[in-house]
Design a protein around this ligand. Structure first.
Ligand SMILES: Nc1ncnc2c1ncn2[C@@H]1O[C@H](COP(=O)(O)OP(=O)(O)O)[C@@H](O)[C@H]1O
Ligand SMILES: [Mg+2]
Length: 142
């Protein structure tokens, strides 16, 4: 019983989630929030914002040399997004699993990207890819 408690304690994590402009535009905020909460994760902070070019380029700095970078920054600053701090057991991995693969055409149905998207840039939701990056990204916004 104590070791079980300890396991939960050590895998408690926070991750940075952003509902992207096309998902806000399509009225999917409630649906995405419902999936996060149904999974058992907790949204501990949340706010709406329109990202500046500076913030967007900080968030996506690792992609600066990629051919899609300019389109990505243009898109992510094109309208309001919802920024979230999400907490729970293995939150980074749990969120990546309910988001689905980067390309909505490859994402399994039942995932957010698989169910609601067709476009790899406008893929509805961002989620940190490691606990370390989650802390960096959370520090950018919270
Ligand atoms: N090949 C691509 N063409 C256009 N946009 C892309 C491509 N790959 C990734 N993107 C965009 O850049 C974002 C960051 O990419 P990446 O970190 O690889 O994916 P993920 O969001 O699944 O972690 C993606 O969510 C998507 O919006
Ligand atoms: Mg990523």
């Amino acid at each position: 019983m104590y070791s079980c408690y300890f396991d939960i304690l050590i895998s408690m994590e926070q991750t940075f989630i952003m509902i992207k402009p096309n998902a806000v535009e399509k009225g999917l905020v409630g649906e995405i929030l419902k999936r996060i909460e149904s999974k058992g994760l907790k949204v501990v902070e949340q706010r709406m914002s329109t990202l500046s070019k500076e913030k967007a380029s900080e968030l996506y700095a690792v992609h600066k040399e990629r051919p899609f970078y300019n389109d990505l920054v243009e898109y992510i600053t094109s309208g309001p997004v919802v920024l979230m701090k999400v907490e729970g057991n293995s939150a980074v991995k749990a969120m990546r699993s309910i988001m689905g693969a980067t390309d909505p055409l490859e994402a399994a149905s039942g995932t957010i990207r698989g169910d609601y998207g067709l476009d790899i840039t406008k893929n509805l939701v961002h989620g940190s890819d490691s606990a370390e990056n989650a802390q960096k990204e959370l520090n950018l916004f919270f």
